[in-house]
Design a protein around this ligand. Structure first.
Ligand code: PEP
Length: 251
């Protein structure tokens, strides 16, 4: 039985005050929610500490949206994995398409971030996914396979056992265009098969999340698919009611 996960990526949204209000609202609702679902919130760096403190001992866990490639030193503006882990944060999103697209992250830089995450006990939520052009030209399989092989295949078997993968077709992020449940399942099954080439049976236990315009009204159909273990949620994670409504998609 794989973990069921609903993770919220708040991106560059909410002030600390708004973020705390949002997480309190989520906490109020969680008492009524399905307890088998693991809820993770990923606020901006500025309120990681407060959100980690407020949620400590609750069913909500906290993740960062990135971490630095290096351990410490003269890297102005960067935040290290050690700093993040010291706040009681357990997860880190790596390889989000916005980071790849706007900040030039590549497999080489992501491998360094992965090293830092594992060295500090953070669980990576590693994002993969193709652009619309790559899908339409039939390159989607090669693109996603390379994103997995170049980064996840660099992990040890022990590290891999803790990893979470998120399949996020770039064309579905923040666009309102959602992949059909069948399209999601097809890619998730492909990702699991690719992972199994190196990690064999352990791949059957890896949570693979779908991300891209998931909302309370489409979550159920997507989460019902065999290889979909939950969602990485952007826009809809900014409203407690919608975020929790997505969690109900497992019922
Ligand atoms: C995301 O950015 O990870 C995401 C899935 O965004 P949205 O849900 O807004 O499409």
């Amino acid at each position: 039985m794989r973990k069921q996960i609903v993770a919220g990526n708040w991106k560059m949204n909410t002030t600390p005050e708004q973020g705390i209000e949002l997480v309190k609202e989520i906490m109020k609702n969680i008492g009524h929610a399905c307890t088998s679902v693991n809820y993770i919130v990923c606020p901006p760096y500025t309120h990681l500490s407060e959100v980690a403190k407020i949620t400590c001992g609750t069913a909500i866990q906290v993740g960062a949206q990135n971490c630095a490639e290096e351990a410490k030193g003269a890297y102005t503006g960067e935040v290290s994995a050690e700093m993040i882990a010291s706040l009681g944060v357990h997860y880190v999103i790596l390889g989000h398409s916005e980071r790849r697209q706007y900040y030039g992250e590549t497999s080489a830089t992501l491998n360094k971030r992965m090293r830092q995450a594992y060295a500090n006990g953070l669980v990576p939520i590693y994002c993969v996914g193709e652009t619309l052009e790559e899908r339409e030209s039939g390159k989607l399989w090669d693109v996603v396979k390379a994103q997995i092989e170049e980064v996840i295949f660099e992990l040890t078997a022990d590290e891999f056992r803790h990893a979470i993968i998120a399949y996020e077709p770039v064309w579905a992020i923040g666009t309102g265009k959602v992949a059909s449940a069948d399209q999601a399942q097809e890619m998730h099954a492909f990702i699991r098969k690719t992972l199994a080439v190196k990690f064999k049976d352990a791949a059957t236990q890896t949570p693979i999340l779908y991300g891209g315009s998931v909302k309370p009204d489409n979550a159920k159909e997507i989460f019902a698919k065999e290889d979909v273990d939950g969602g990485l949620i952007g826009g809809a994670s900014l409203k407690a009611e919608d975020f929790m409504g997505i969690g109900k998609g497992f019922n």
